[in-house]
Design a protein around this ligand. Sequence first.
Ligand SMILES: [Zn+2]
Length: 117
Amino acid sequence: MTRLFAGTQFDRPPECDRCGRLEEECECPPPEPEPPTYLAPHKQTARLAVEKRKRGKMVTVIRGLAAEDNDLSAMLTKLKTSCGAGGTLQEDSIEIQGRHLDRLRVELKAMGYHVKG
Ligand SMILES: [Zn+2]
């Protein structure tokens, strides 16, 4: 009887890429995580907008900064402190509660970003 996965990677016990030993015998240290490579702020443009959310709450939204190019969670923490307001990280934007256009413009420019809005 021919095994379905004969000759494929599914047929072999897992081996370490680095030492070639079976994974259960491998003593290699765990791989270092790659340091994130962020894009220089001066190559990016943050777009600011004040928008209304449910129950009439106003938020200031920062768009145009991709999560893979920026440490958005660190930025959110800094901006919340600077504005003295709450905020959340969205999929493709940062939202700070309240109207903070002027403050955020100053902060983002100080970080080196171009700012529109
Ligand atoms: Zn190994």
